[in-house]
Design a protein around this ligand. Structure first.
Ligand SMILES: NC(=O)c1ccc[n+]([C@@H]2O[C@H](COP(=O)([O-])OP(=O)(O)OC[C@H]3O[C@@H](n4cnc5c(N)ncnc54)[C@H](OP(=O)(O)O)[C@@H]3O)[C@@H](O)[C@H]2O)c1
Length: 257
């Protein structure tokens, strides 16, 4: 079975390509790095030739409102069109848990638009919604930093390891299309501010984390359960502590500033 991994050179994509290959599948990474661009359509027809499954784990280089909306709508339209022409039988995309519950977030508005295009498209599909990756902690903290203070709402938070995300997406990609959405999340729940406080401390990052119910997360205020999955989510196995132990010192121990 040939699977084309759009964004196959990224964090999740490269892990997914490796996993699928380990399981004997033909997995082709496709991204600007490999000569495939979903915004311009360059290289797409060639990459999709003979493919049964497309997995979109690409991400927008910019999270600015217009740029991110343009990225996910233009790339998804182009990908769907090329996938139909190539006879693809299963379209899989990675989205974010709570995408529909946080309407003020420009990034999640773009992910919602991406999901809607897929759901309205002609190809049987599966959408995997993941919670925040452990690997995304520093970016979250940087985005919420004002001077030396990180302000975050003390809402529930259930992050997961990128390895568990890749595993979940891989399982879905080689299965029958769900024609629906599945949530995946980490094995433990935390308070958002407390988790980031612990994670920064472990990195020797001196920033102070302050709980602020009105602090915005990528532009949006969050409800208590906005970031956690509903019942029936598939849970990953890797705890934050286990993940941290596997990090090279230059990442885990480096100060952010
Ligand atoms: N971060 C989180 O906590 C989180 C949580 C839930 C879901 N997600 C979702 O997970 C997905 C993957 O995230 P990630 O962190 O693995 O992304 P990433 O490491 O930033 O990788 C992005 C990938 O997209 C590719 N790409 C960029 N522009 C492209 C284009 N025009 N055409 C084709 N490919 C393009 C990049 O290719 P090059 O390397 O060639 O530039 C790269 O392979 C995203 O859709 C995101 O919404 C993220």
């Amino acid at each position: 079975m040939k699977l084309v991994i759009i964004g196959g050179t990224g964090l999740i994509g490269s892990k997914l390509v490796a996993r699928l290959r380990e399981h004997g599948h033909e997995a082709l990474p496709a991204s600007p790095d490999t000569g495939v661009n979903t915004l311009t359509g360059a290289g797409l027809a060639e990459a999709l030739q003979g493919a049964s499954v497309v997995v979109d784990v690409s991400n927008s280089p910019s999270f600015e409102a217009k740029a991110v909306m343009d990225f996910f709508t233009t790339s998804t339209r182009s990908l769907l069109e090329h996938a139909v022409a190539a006879g693809v039988r299963h379209y899989v995309a990675l989205s974010v848990v709570g995408a529909e519950r946080i309407p003020d977030s420009p990034y999640l508005q773009a992910k919602n638009a991406q999901e809607m295009l897929i759901q309205e498209g002609a190809i049987p599909y599966s959408i995997v919604r993941a919670t925040q990756f452990f690997e995304f902690v520093k970016r979250i903290a940087d985005e919420a930093t004002d001077g030396t203070t990180v302000r975050l709402p003390p809402v529930l938070f259930q992050p997961m390891a990128a390895d568990d995300v890749a595993k979940a997406v891989g399982r879905v990609a080689v299965g029958a299309p769900l024609n629906g959405i599945v949530d995946v999340a980490g094995p433990q729940q935390f308070r958002f501010d407390e988790f980031i406080r612990q994670a920064l401390r472990a990195r020797n990052d001196p920033r102070e984390v302050v709980a602020d119910p009105h602090a915005r997360y990528f532009g949006a205020e969050l409800g208590e359960r906005a970031l956690v999955p509903g019942d029936g989510a598939r849970l990953g196995e890797i705890t934050f502590q286990e993940w941290q132990q596997g990090q090279p010192m230059e990442t885990a121990g480096r100060a952010a500033h």
